[in-house]
Design a protein around this ligand. Sequence first.
Ligand code: DOR
Ligand code: ZN
Length: 345
Amino acid sequence: MTQTITIRRPDDWHVHLRDGAMLEGVTAFTARQFARAIVMPNLTPPVTTVEAGEAYRTRIMAAVPEGIRFTPLMTCYLTDNIDPEEVRRGFAAGVFTAAKLYPAGATTNSDSGVTGVANIRGVLEVMAEIGMVLCVHGEVTSAEIDIFDREAVFIEQVLAPLLADLPDLKVVFEHITTEDAVRFVEAAPANVAATITPQHLHINRNAMLVGGMRPHAYCLPVAKREKHRLALRRAATSGSAKFFLGTDSAPHTRAAKESACGCAGIFNAPYALESYLAVFEAENALDHFEGFASLHGPAFYGLPVNEDMVTLEQRECAIPDTIAAGGDVLVPFHAGQTLGWTFSG
Ligand code: DOR
Ligand code: ZN
């Protein structure tokens, strides 16, 4: 008998669905596995108004294949000049579920991001008051800080002081990559949680740099040393409600990745659950998989858990070398590898 695992349908608490042809090409992959997803607002131009959030949501819904139920949860891109009342209005109207803090210059399309959290104190105060989640890209951007230290320095210079100033603010420390972040989140009160990507559970920085430069293993924050990967695996599989699934699936065309200045981002949406489940199996933590994938996220966001179930079978899953999407070619995470579980819906 094939072994199977059946859990409540998961949600993806951090994904990039892009726009235009790419949006049309990639949305089905996320909608096939997840009921809901927190959709990142780093488009050009970024999603900074209720109107833009609503229009983007409509474009996403148009890209969901017929017969699939999928709810995009929209986020507002915070800028130095964001109007707190716009964010309040978007949240009250059910358009924005969360707001996103990109430190200016930290990553893809973050040029309009925040240059100092002091500039957005007004909106953060409103968010603390109304219970709206702040999603944080936790890296400092100063040129003098080594890229491998940017997350740890962010905790010290930005996140800890921010939470000391606004202790009620609900914060998701996104795509954490270090033992420092794991410890910080574990020690913080219940209004602070973190998402963890499949790639940061599977690879350390060697995957990017040993035997040649491997652009498909490059994302931001970059993968760190092995001890950090092990800390992330312990956190994700621990059963702690502070850690939950957020793929950070971030498609860029193969040409944009394999370039003299390759884009940051790993496209993991097509086999996200298979990838996470491999980790839970290896860590002997299958009993904690549902919590991480399907329960902790809704609990943190104050949303109901999904009623329907999904099943994965213990059957080989061959990951293709490339995937066609949006008239272009994408290289998925685990390209050319075989994973041990297959999502069967
Ligand atoms: O690797 C990344 N890609 N990290 C981010 O923070 C942004 C994302 C993207 O939009 O490409
Ligand atoms: Zn992201």
